[in-house]
Design a protein around this ligand. Structure first.
Ligand SMILES: CC(C)(COP(=O)(O)OP(=O)(O)OC[C@H]1O[C@@H](n2cnc3c(N)ncnc32)[C@H](O)[C@@H]1OP(=O)(O)O)[C@@H](O)C(=O)NCCC(=O)NCCS
Length: 169
């Protein structure tokens, strides 16, 4: 098994749209599924993917000898204080729990420290997102705090945990 991160292209729009319309993925992100049409979403994606203040990556995975397929998306955003924040999702339920995000977060950390030359990679997740917490822990992130959050998915109150990994941590 191996994972690569690559820049998104126009042919990724349909997959990105399907992921952003998935209520389960939206709930984990604390926001409602998108409701705009595909053409409107396409315009949004293509401009966001050119926006230098957000770095978007398509995650591709495949078994040895097989063609790699797009399985999810990762972003680096909120660049400040010599660091940035990561977001990640694996699109299909049956592809979760296979180690793909753990590997992708390792690549994002290498990119943040070695290519972007930043000092800290931050992340956060809902306190009941056991999988994401495990992904942070396996990649050497430390929990730095917690806070209350009102989810825009269901307007309910949740606890969110913050994590960070420092370049020399
Ligand atoms: C969270 C997410 C990105 C993790 O990606 P993934 O590829 O499924 O994660 P991995 O397989 O690399 O690692 C998951 C770890 O959690 C563990 N795990 C899986 N299901 C679990 C569960 N229900 N409870 C506790 N741990 C669980 C796995 O065993 C694995 O740990 P291990 O390697 O020590 O065995 C992915 O599941 C996802 O996209 N979920 C929906 C969207 C989301 O939550 N995004 C993050 C928002 S902050």
């Amino acid at each position: 098994m191996s994972v690569i991160l690559r820049p998104p292209r126009a042919s990724d729009v349909e997959a990105a749209y399907a992921w952003d319309r998935d209520p389960e993925l939206a709930a984990w992100n604390g926001r409602p599924p998108i409701s705009v049409s595909l053409p409107a979403a396409r315009r949004d994606y293509l401009s966001r993917w050119e926006d230098p203040s957000v770095k978007t990556f398509i995650i591709e995975a495949g078994e040895e000898g097989e063609q790699r397929e797009p399985i999810g998306m990762a972003t680096l955003y909120d660049f400040r204080n010599e660091g940035c924040e990561l977001g990640i999702k694996i699109g299909q339920e049956n592809l979760r729990g296979r180690g793909y995000a753990s590997e992708a977060v390792g690549l994002l950390a290498d990119y943040t420290f070695e290519v972007l030359n930043l000092e800290v990679l931050r992340g956060s997740t809902l306190a009941h997102n056991d999988r994401m917490q495990r992904v942070f822990e396996k990649n050497g992130f430390e929990q730095t705090g917690d806070g209350a959050l009102i989810s825009r998915y269901d307007n309910r109150r949740y606890t969110e945990l913050s994590y960070e990994k420092r370049r020399n941590g």
